[in-house]
Design a protein around this ligand. Structure first.
Ligand SMILES: [Zn+2]
Length: 96
């Protein structure tokens, strides 16, 4: 192990140790990445409603039928195609 880790401070003031020349800050990387890709595609009220129901991953979403999802307050029919596409991208689908 010859790599020496050195303390770096990013623009936002996070302190982290990196041994490479890579300057990406792990804390910032995390902040930039939404929990789940599909949530970031939805409108803010729909996203909050899903998270409120505990549906924060596509795997959890796939356990619901489209009808059940539409029953959730603040989720409109416009959100469905976005969710359906996201599910399909992962090889998943709404419950039949
Ligand atoms: Zn940072």
């Amino acid at each position: 192990m010859k790599a020496e880790k050195s303390l770096r401070v990013c623009d936002k003031g996070h302190r982290y140790y990196k041994s490479s020349d890579c300057l990406s800050c792990p804390a910032c990387d995390k902040e930039n990445k939404p929990e789940s890709g599909f949530l970031s595609k939805l409108s803010s009220p729909a996203r909050k409603a899903l998270v409120h129901e505990g549906i924060d991953t596509l795997q959890k979403l796939s356990k619901y039928t489209e009808k059940e999802i539409l029953k959730i307050h603040s989720i409109g029919p416009a959100s469905l195609p976005i969710m359906r596409t996201s599910l399909e991208e992962e090889g998943l689908s709404f419950k039949e």
